[in-house]
Design a protein. Structure first.
Length: 552
């Protein structure tokens, strides 16, 4: 699904005769300005209901911004919210009129910003500085701004101030892109590539990211954002084709029993993909990739020929496979074809994962998958899948999720697979749609939710699903549904014909949203007899009798 493009740019400051209801002021250096920063695209996220006044000045530090009177201009604008981002020009070598010490003077200036903003009746939001794109030999960002970013985090925590950790988010984004793709968001001039500032592509990416983060850290802004409607997934798109056969490999091929990945260098590999690459094709026995606690940034692909692979972490809270891109962001040129905007792609049969988080932190600006599953007999135990739009693409074949948490907003569980969600927490964010199944007509099951909990990060109403394809199949059986579930339950995606073909059923659900009394007439309740046979072993058995609940 591709989102509609942003509307034409709006003026950063509205005429006095058209004053908005709420004023947001931007205070910062060149990376916040409209020219080479994220300011102008950020302002375009507020076409109505808010006025964005950008007071950021190139070349200023937290000290010189105050000394030259720019901070007073921020207060004079009588903002409801003021976003504050400095650090680049506070560093050593910028001259005494600008330099600050991250342990003393820089913190003092940040505290002053917070105190004076509050005294003026504004809500201050501190931002850590946008990272420079300086790369090490290991393809990781080398941050020179971390002492200043750490100071921002400390001041925000001490003063209980809203924080947007743009430094960490930008590093994740750059490392997801890779060095070559990161150059596509960099301005160029006769001196070469500028690795600090942003061109239009980069500004648009980070402007939307900051706006999304603002909605999260200052909830009162949530209703001010322009909602970008998602057009239907194109009906001309073909159904998932039959999976090509994996490349031939000797049946005796084996991989090492266990490979260890550790971000701190204490394992055999520091990157998950490197461990996957070391697995022998056509592996007859199971290879376990033990992933030690840490954040592992960037795309991961388990190709079709790498079968019977397990990813095992210590816990989903400490072992995180993360990605920061949507399908429209600059992609890492080293990423395999066909995996744009996806953190982890599983194509090999027999894949299993335990105690991991799969996340895509791109936010509310495009299709951004945390996990895409294509291989047959996939099993996910005690995993977290975190995203916003299209978090999980259960693309095809058979998949089993047990004791997992899956969260998002727009169609965040979608695809044509036969998938069972057993005792999972299905968490909606800001309403939207839980499922968008594209089940094939001749498949008896699509997505089946057994004894799951449907929860919400807020009170925004959410649909249980809408049909991406006419024969979408989804069933909720004995689920505990929160009050956020809409009474009507299901949406036809604006196509009445879908009401004749979609296969939506429910049985025995409880909780404020579990009542079927007001459900749409074309969603059919399941009988006790129908519900009784819906077990993982029955739904997923296929021709080979697979039952994922029977552990080896």
């Amino acid at each position: 699904m591709v989102l509609a493009a942003h509307a034409p740019a709006q003026p950063a400051t509205a005429p006095a005769t058209q004053r908005a209801r709420l004023t947001i002021v931007l205070a910062g250096d060149s990376t916040v300005t409209d020219k080479v920063g994220w300011g102008a695209p950020f302002a375009r996220c507020f076409p109505e209901g808010a006025e964005v006044v950008n007071v950021a000045q190139a070349g200023r530090s937290s000290k010189s911004f105050i000394d030259e009177g720019h901070w007073q201009k921020c207060l004079d604008a009588r903002p409801a919210i003021v976003l504050i981002q400095f650090g680049h020009n506070d560093q050593p070598g910028k001259g005494p009129e600008r330099e600050t010490d991250p342990a003393t003077t820089y913190r003092a200036h940040l505290s002053r910003f917070v105190d004076e903003a509050r005294a003026a009746g504004a809500t201050p939001v501190l931002l850590t500085p946008l990272s420079r794109r300086t790369w090490g030999d290991d393809a990781r960002i080398r941050s020179t701004l971390e002492p200043y970013a750490a100071a921002v985090r400390d001041v925000a925590a001490g003063k209980k101030t809203a924080l947007i950790d743009l430094h960490a988010r930008s590093i994740d984004a750059y490392e997801s892109m890779g060095a070559a793709a990161a150059e596509t968001i960099s301005p160029r001039d006769d001196k070469g590539v500028d690795h600090t500032h942003l061109n239009e592509i980069g500004a648009t990416y980070f402007g939307a990211l900051v706006a999304d983060e603002l909605r999260r850290v200052v909830p009162l802004t949530a209703g001010l954002f322009r909602l970008i409607a998602e057009p239907p997934r194109q009906p001309t798109q073909t159904q998932p084709a039959a999976r090509p056969a994996a490349p031939a490999a000797p049946q005796t091929a084996r991989g090492p029993a266990t490979l260890v990945v550790a971000a701190d260098g204490s394992g055999e590999f520091t990157a998950v993909q490197a461990a996957v690459d070391a697995v022998a094709p056509g592996n007859a026995d199971r290879t376990t990739i033990r992933i030690k606690p840490g954040r592992y940034v960037g795309p991961v692909l388990v190709p079709r020929e790498k079968t019977n692979v397990s990813f095992v972490g210590d816990s989903a809270e400490t072992t995180i496979l993360t990605y920061a891109l949507n399908v429209r962001a600059p992609q890492n040129p080293a990423s395999p074809a066909g995996v744009r905007g996806t953190g982890v792609v599983i194509r090999g049969d027999g894949f299993e994962a335990e105690n991991l988080t799969f996340e895509n932190t791109s936010g509310d600006h495009g299709q951004a998958m945390a996990l895409r599953t294509e291989g047959d007999r996939g099993v996910y135990r005690r995993c977290r899948l975190i995203g916003w739009q299209d978090t999980l693409l259960a693309h095809s074949r058979r998949q089993y999720f047990v004791d997992c948490t899956i969260e998002g907003r727009v169609d965040f569980i979608y695809g044509a697979a036969t998938a069972v969600f057993d005792r999972c927490d299905i968490r909606s964010k800001n309403g939207g749609y839980v499922t968008a199944a594209s089940t094939l007509e001749n498949e008896p099951f699509g997505f089946v939710f057994l004894d799951c909990r449907l929860t919400s990060a807020d009170s925004a109403p959410a649909y249980l699903g809408r049909p991406w394809r006419p024969f979408a199949g989804v069933a909720f059986v004995r689920c505990d549904m929160g009050a956020h579930v809409r009474p009507e339950g299901w949406h036809n995606w604006g196509k009445p014909d879908n009401e004749r073909t979609a296969r939506y059923g429910e049985f025995g659900s409880t909780g404020p949203g579990g009542s079927t009394q007001a459900r749409v007439a074309w969603a059919k309740p399941l009988s006790p007899e129908q519900a009784a046979v819906l077990t993982p072993g029955f739904i997923l058995r296929g021709a080979d009798g697979w039952d994922p609940t029977r552990r080896r």
